[in-house]
Design a protein around this ligand. Structure first.
Ligand code: ZN
Ligand code: ZN
Length: 284
């Protein structure tokens, strides 16, 4: 497979067309008929449903997350991006699964929280409802936003009807949405993933005292040639490489919404960090 298939139509490598209104198409692979908004612009008009577009990479990501012992979430992400035996398309919601999976695996592998295989399965099931290809443009909500929120909901036991658990989860999704907004125009799933990783590392420390890495957050993308809509190049912080020092990463505040204060929220921590060490065990 040449790189055009990673950037464009996975069948012929042709450019994709993003439709304003959904039309009924049959998936090239599974034959499912559904309303879709992304189609190959060639005369053959290939259509691939989101499930078939993402399934091989998501299956691989899930297996990798369930079995890896890697502790640093950025190492997990780059191991998947660089060494996956299945092709990882340049754009698509598998990036949301990489965020959720790498952070949950890192929490587990660092012994910071009780994250079971069923928690990871549950997180991925939730993502399948809210991370949908192309909806960054169609609704303004990129799948990476719920990907971060799901991590907090798994940690805090947030469900509809809960109070502070839902507030802290929603504060995080507001942070993620605001941060990726700054990078938008056009969308880049890689940039959104990298920025969201940084926000997650900052927030998990700021909110719960969790340190998922002990080195500077250093990201150089390297995928710019694969972007079908054009990489922002110098306008993207990850094109030449961006570094957030460990000290900056673990500064005890978040830059956006820093005036929004919340009461302490209980997490299912294995080793409860200060200041929550005396909290009773979470019911989740
Ligand atoms: Zn095609
Ligand atoms: Zn399909």
């Amino acid at each position: 497979m040449d790189s055009r298939h990673l950037s464009n139509c996975s069948i012929c490598g042709g450019e994709l067309e993003y439709l304003f209104s959904g039309e009924e198409f049959s998936c090239f692979y599974c034959g499912k008929k559904e309303s879709g908004n992304i189609i190959c612009a060639s005369y053959e008009a290939h259509y691939v449903c989101d499930e078939c577009h993402n399934l091989p990479s998501i299956c691989y990501i899930k297996d990798f997350i369930l079995s890896t012992g890697i502790k640093d979430p950025l190492d997990i992400v780059f191991e998947i991006l660089n060494n996956s035996p299945v092709s990882i398309p340049m754009l698509g919601c598998h990036h949301a699964y990489m965020l959720t999976g790498s952070i949950l695996a890192s929490l587990r592998n660092n012994g910071l929280a009780v994250i079971s295989d069923s928690d990871i399965n549950e997180a991925f099931a939730r993502l399948s409802s809210q991370a949908v290809g192309g909806y960054c443009g169609l609704s303004g909500v990129c799948g990476i936003v719920p990907a971060g929120g799901i991590i907090y909901s798994i940690l805090t036991g947030s469900v509809c009807g809960k109070d502070k658990e839902q507030r802290i989860t929603m504060r995080l999704t507001a942070l993620l949405s605001a941060a990726i907004f700054e990078l938008t125009g056009p969308s880049c799933c890689k940039a959104y993933l990298f920025k969201s990783m940084e926000i997650m590392l900052r927030s998990l420390y700021s909110d719960f005292g969790f340190r998922l890495t002990e080195r500077d957050f250093d990201v150089k993308c390297g995928f710019e040639k694969l972007h079908p809509h054009g990489c922002l190049l110098e306008r993207c912080p990850y094109y030449k490489g961006a570094t957030v020092t460990l000290e900056e990463l673990y500064r005890k505040n978040t830059e956006i919404l820093e005036n929004v204060t919340l009461p302490p929220v209980l997490v299912n921590a294995k080793k409860s960090p200060d200041p929550f060490k005396d909290f009773p065990k979470a019911p989740c």
